[in-house]
Design a protein around this ligand. Structure first.
Ligand code: UD1
Length: 429
């Protein structure tokens, strides 16, 4: 299996292109199931999760093609995907495909809305907590679906199609909001979703659905009103910039010092994380082509954070921020409120010399003067990248194994960082 080898100590300088958001691209691709016509998505990142989802969608009967390279385009540019679900031939999403990626469970919404039936394996995904699917089941039932669980599968059907209903989520869920919103676009009558997720990726999906002919009001708020329509149609949509990739590289620059322009990044999607980062002593400036991140050699101020649904501090940046705090000039507290088991990176950061104590959902990070390179291993996507950030300042060599987690969500990470001066390379096994 591939490894990433890093020799710490270099500051980052230069321009780093930000990809389209993985967490927007996945639901947007799934939305192609809602129409017979072609959905074209621009700026789709080249990631393992995207390839995996293409495989799952093609099993349902979705044809897809990818545009080749265009004049003047470099290899770091996103791809353009054409997805056409003119005929859905299979409404089963099997265990061997769904277990590799939790988001593929979301096909249940469009399949049920368009075909009146779906048989979808219960999901797998990152090892960051139990991640149940009760909100999906209750939401689809509120839209009139009959649901059974049979040998690891959710088996759902409708009597004559989905009907609009009122869905109140007990807790904010990105995936359940995507799924119920997609299902409701083709349901008869009005659906109201309360306590909906407001993450920019939900907004991106909602805007694309509206472009496809859906009627959705309240986009960007926690209450969505959706009037069902007879059918959706072809549309072309660019995937929003990846705010988690943006925040990750911003923290990498805050960690190493230096000055990097994150090209194509959008500051409005990351206000809480940038507010925290500026309190650490990092300068963040909007520039014409993105966001400039700058930190001089004055050290990193400790800041406490609590993760929260958007617009709060994203759980997907918690591990990266913890890596940054390992080198702060004091103690910080990091509270995780979204997932109950999202501190798997603590043990590995400790292998690099970090001093972190855990008490339930709160990690206390005592900043140290030095980290020292070591072999480390990650257990999920964002945890892996936190080890890379730590490796960028650790003395000597850090080797991160299980790189397949990184490849799920970070496009050409080692190329992007080495182009900014980091000593980082992939060692292919
Ligand atoms: C999405 C993101 C993930 C991010 C997370 C929270 C994608 C592909 N993944 O994951 O990167 O970390 O949002 O921002 O977009 N829950 C239930 N019952 C349910 C559904 C969820 O209890 O039926 C709970 C979860 O266990 C968790 C919380 O709700 O505690 C939020 O999870 P959710 O927003 O659903 O996460 P995902 O959509 O899976």
């Amino acid at each position: 299996m591939d490894k990433i080898r890093i020799v710490g100590g270099n500051k980052l300088h230069g321009t780093l292109p930000i990809s389209g958001a993985k967490n927007a691209a996945l639901p947007l691709m799934i939305a192609s199931l809602l129409t017979e016509e072609t959905l074209t998505l621009e700026n789709v990142p080249r990631l393992r999760d995207v390839a995996q989802l293409m495989q799952i969608l093609s099993n349902h009967g979705v044809d897809y093609s990818v545009d080749g390279k265009r004049a003047g385009q470099n290899l770091l540019a996103g791809q353009t995907l054409h997805l056409s679900a003119s005929g859905i031939v299979d409404t089963t999403a099997p265990y061997d495909l769904v277990s590799k990626m939790r988001a593929s469970f979301w096909v249940i919404g469009p399949l049920l809305a368009r075909m009146g039936q779906a048989r979808v394996s219960l999901p797998g995904g990152c090892a960051i907590g139990t991640r149940p699917v009760d909100f999906f089941i209750d939401g689809l039932k509120a839209l009139g679906a009959n649901i059974d669980i049979d040998r690891g599968y959710i088996v759902a059907d409708t009597n004559g199609g989905l009907k609009g209903g009122r869905v109140v989520f007990p807790k904010v869920s990105v995936g359940a909001t995507h799924t119920i919103m997609m299902a409701a676009t083709l349901a008869k009558g009005e659906t109201v979703i309360e306590n909906a997720a407001r993450e920019p990726e939900v907004t991106d999906l909602a805007n694309c659905l509206v472009g496809m002919g859906a009627k959705i009001e309240g986009i960007g708020t926690d209450t969505l009103h959706i009037q069902g329509v007879e059918g959706l149609h072809a549309y072309r949509h660019p995937v929003v910039a990846d705010r988690i990739e943006t925040g990750t590289y911003a923290m990498a620059v805050a960690m190493t010092g230096g000055e990097v322009v994150l090209e194509g990044a959008r500051a409005d999607l990351l206000q809480s994380a940038f507010e925290v980062l500026s309190r650490t002593g990092t300068e963040i400036t909007e520039v014409e082509n993105g966001i400039k991140i700058f930190r001089n050699g004055n050290g990193i101020e400790p800041v406490d954070i609590v993760t929260d649904p958007f617009p709060g501090f994203p759980t997907d940046l918690q591990a990266q921020f913890m890596a940054l705090m390992t080198r702060a000039k004091g103690t910080s507290k990091i509270t995780e409120t979204i997932f109950e088991n999202r501190f798997m990176h603590v043990q590995e950061l400790a292998r690099l010399g970090a001093r972190i104590s855990l008490d339930g959902q709160v990690a206390t990070v005592h900043g140290v003067d030095h980290l020292i390179g070591a072999p480390v291993m990650a257990t999920d996507l964002r945890a892996s990248v936190s080890l890379v950030i730590a490796g960028l300042v650790a003395e000597g060599e850090t080797e991160v194994s299980r790189v397949y987690h990184l490849d799920r969500g970070f496009e050409r990470l080692e190329d992007k960082l080495s182009a900014c001066g980091a000593v980082i390379e992939r060692i292919s096994a």
